[in-house]
Design a protein around this ligand. Structure first.
Ligand SMILES: [Fe+2]
Length: 254
C-alpha cells in the first residue's frame, strides 16, 4: 500500500477509526468535555486555535470523524489526522509528522477520567492538537520538526529538541492583544492545566530558544515556567536555528 511505502516505521501502528462502534455514552462524554472547556478557550485560546476549530467544523455534540476532519484539513495545509493504535516509537512519530500525518488516537477517556488521562486520547489529539494544524505557519513548523528529527539518531540531541516540542506543541503560549493566550494541546485539552497557567502564578517568559533548550520537561506536575511567543514565525525560525546549529556540529547543550 502507498501508506506503508511512505511510512515504513509507522505502518504497523496505522489503524482505521471504527466510527460506528462509538456508543451514545461516548458521544455524550465528548460533548461534555467540549462544553466544559469551550468557555475557557473562548476567553483564553489563541485566535489561530479558535479559527482552526471553526474551519475544521469540529463537532460539539459527538466524536469527530477523522476522515471528515482530514478532508477539510488536507485542503488547507496538507495535514491529515491519521488514526493510530496508541503510543508510537519516536522514529515512527517523527516519520508521520514529516509527512504531515498527525498520529491520532481513536479511544476516548471514560466519565471517571474527564479531567485527566495519562495517555493522550482522541480529545487531547483532535480537540487539543488538530485545530492548530489548519494554521499555515504552525503546520509548516510541525512538519519541519518531524523532518529534522526523523533524520537524527543522537538521543541527547533529540531530547533537547523535544523540549521545543513540549514548550510549543504541548504547552505553548502566545501573547495576543496584551494577554497571554494558550495554543498547546496540553493546555487546550485540560481545564486544570489551563487554569494553572493563567491564574495560579505560573511564570511566563518570552520564548527564547536557548532558554527553552535549557529547560527540562517535567511531565508529572503542573508547570511553574512556560514560554510565550509573539508570533508563530518565531517557532518556525527556531527550527531553522536548530538545524543550522546541528549542521555546524552543535549538540544543543551550550
Ligand atoms: Fe499531545
Amino acid at each position: 500500500m502507498a501508506v506503508t511505502f511512505a511510512l515504513p516505521k509507522a505502518a504497523p501502528f496505522l489503524i482505521e477509526q471504527d466510527y460506528a462502534s462509538y456508543s451514545c455514552e461516548q458521544h455524550g462524554i465528548w460533548a461534555e468535555l467540549v462544553r466544559r472547556q469551550m468557555p475557557q478557550l473562548e476567553r483564553h485560546a489563541a485566535q489561530e486555535y479558535l479559527d482552526g476549530f471553526d474551519a475544521l467544523c469540529l463537532p460539539y455534540d459527538r466524536l469527530p470523524n477523522l476522515a471528515a476532519v482530514s478532508a477539510r484539513l488536507q485542503s488547507r495545509t496538507g495535514w491529515n489526522a491519521t488514526p493510530v493504535s496508541g503510543f508510537m516509537p519516536a522514529g515512527a512519530f517523527f516519520e508521520m509528522l514529516a509527512c504531515r500525518r498527525f498520529p491520532t488516537t481513536t479511544w476516548l477517556r471514560n466519565r471517571e477520567s474527564l479531567d485527566y488521562t495519562p495517555e493522550p486520547d482522541i480529545f487531547h489529539d483532535v480537540f487539543g492538537h488538530v485545530p492548530m494544524h489548519a494554521h499555515p505557519v504552525f503546520a509548516d513548523f510541525l512538519a519541519y520538526y518531524g523532518r529534522l528529527c526523523s533524520g537524527l539518531e543522537d538521543a541527547a540531541i533529540l531530547e533537547r529538541i523535544g523540549r521545543v516540542f513540549w514548550y510549543t506543541v504541548e504547552f505553548g503560549l502566545i501573547r495576543q492583544g496584551g494577554e497571554v493566550k494558550v495554543y498547546g494541546s496540553g493546555l487546550i485539552s485540560s481545564n486544570g492545566e489551563c487554569a494553572n497557567v493563567l491564574h495560579s502564578g505560573c511564570t511566563v517568559r518570552p520564548f527564547v530558544l536557548d532558554e527553552v533548550l535549557r529547560t527540562p520537561v517535567k511531565v508529572d506536575e503542573m508547570h511553574h515556567l512556560l514560554f510565550a511567543i509573539e508570533s508563530f514565525d518565531e517557532i518556525y525560525e527556531a527550527m531553522h536555528t536548530i538545524e543550522d546549529r546541528i549542521d555546524r556540529g552543535s549538540r544543543l547543550d551550550d
